[in-house]
Design a protein around this ligand. Structure first.
Ligand code: SAH
Ligand code: SF4
Length: 342
């Protein structure tokens, strides 16, 4: 709930208005129960727990990378569903990668999150709870958020917008929108709607291919909105927000990593103020995709730069703990199935 909604509730139950901002602050601090709200009278705490609940995430697995300290959590939600989150430490501070849905219905061939389809959307508070839990658990302040975990944020539009408002609220976590990236597989209707909000977030587009033949073979969404439609929406988005767009490009050996692919990609992106983020594809057991060797990845980057497109290679964090999209939840699910717990 945002402050207005909490205020309405507090007034409805006949309480003074100032209780609403107290309650809001507690919720944003990541408390797990109403009992922790020490400046709220016991009678009101009891009343609140009768009429409401606090969305919490319960860690059922936690992995800490021995290589770089990256922490990966598998969380259980109130209904037993599982999601995952990753905490990464960079020079400029801590970044958390959050999930926005349980599963995903976009079905990208290289991705572990979509293997079981979509189960349900996360609420804004379940997104927020992934941040507050990681903060409390590590006694840190998180400065950056990427919406790049499980799920397609623009397929859960209203909750994603509500989350962005809550997380940047200066009475709450106060994480500036400029420090938040939202990644989409290319839901054009969502990009258009998002443009109307004109938020200073970074929009990341999972492009992953320079032409429709390759993109349609790995990303079914391309059959609904092809690359032309997607890039048109990006240009319109940029006209409104004036923000640089980030394009994600997972390099898959023999699929999208040739010199010609780099040339074609550069020509498609001409005229868009952008940055390309090259991700060496992470192998997933269910498919045969491989990442190219380091030399080919660097060659691809150099080729793009020779055409005037800035490109960086994403550093691999948490390589020893399966820290990429959907991998760990899948593993945990398999373990749970194996162990016959459910
Ligand atoms: N659904 C959104 C956000 C979550 S996925 C989206 O697709 O953009 C976060 C990023 O990881 C996306 O760019 C996605 O394409 C990429 N990704 C998924 N599986 C991957 C894999 N096996 N190797 C490399 N990148 C992958
Ligand atoms: Fe969904 Fe993104 Fe994975 Fe595609 S890459 S299946 S959109 S989470």
């Amino acid at each position: 709930m945002n402050l207005e909604e909490i205020t309405d509730l507090i007034i409805d139950i006949g309480q003074p208005k100032f209780r609403a901002s107290q309650l809001f602050k507690w919720l944003q601090s990541g408390v797990q129960s109403f009992d922790e709200m020490s400046n709220i009278p016991l009678a009101l705490r009891n009343k609140l727990s009768e009429i409401g609940y606090i969305a919490t995430v319960k860690p059922i697995r936690k992995f800490v990378s021995q290589i770089d300290g990256t922490v990966k959590y598998v969380y259980e939600l109130y209904d037993g569903e599982l999601i995952e989150s990753v905490l990464m430490k960079y020079e400029h501070g801590y970044t958390v990668c959050i999930s926005t849905q349980v599963g995903c219905r976009m079905g990208c061939k290289f991705c572990a999150s979509g293997l079981y389809g979509l189960t349900r959307n996360l609420t804004a508070s379940e997104m927020l709870a992934q941040i507050t839990y990681a903060q409390r658990d590590n006694n840190i302040r998180i400065s950056n958020v990427v919406m790049m975990g499980m799920g397609e944020p623009l397929d859960n539009f209203e909750n994603s917008i509500k989350f962005l408002k809550l997380v940047s609220d200066d009475n709450g976590l106060n994480i500036g929108l400029r420090h938040i990236s939202l990644s989409t597989s290319g839901v054009v209707s969502g990009i258009n709607k998002l443009a109307d909000y004109n938020l200073p977030i970074t929009l990341s587009i999972s492009l992953h291919a320079p032409n429709d033949t390759i993109r349609s073979s790995t990303m079914p969404i391309n059959n609904k909105w092809n690359i032309d439609a997607l890039l048109k929406a990006c240009k319109e988005y940029q006209n409104i927000t004036t923000r640089r767009i980030s394009f994600e490009y997972a390099l898959i050996e023999g699929v999208n990593d040739s010199d010609n692919n780099a040339k074609e990609l550069a020509s498609r992106l001409k005229g868009i103020m952008c940055h390309v983020n090259l991700i060496p594809a992470n192998p997933v057991k269910e498919n045969s995709f491989k990442k190219p060797d380091r030399k080919s990845i660097i060659a691809f980057q150099k080729k793009l730069e020779s055409y005037g497109i800035t490109a960086t290679i994403r550093r691999t964090l948490g390589a020893d703990i399966n820290a990429s999209c959907g991998q760990l939840k899948k593993k945990t699910k398999e373990e749970i199935i194996d162990a016959n717990i459910h």
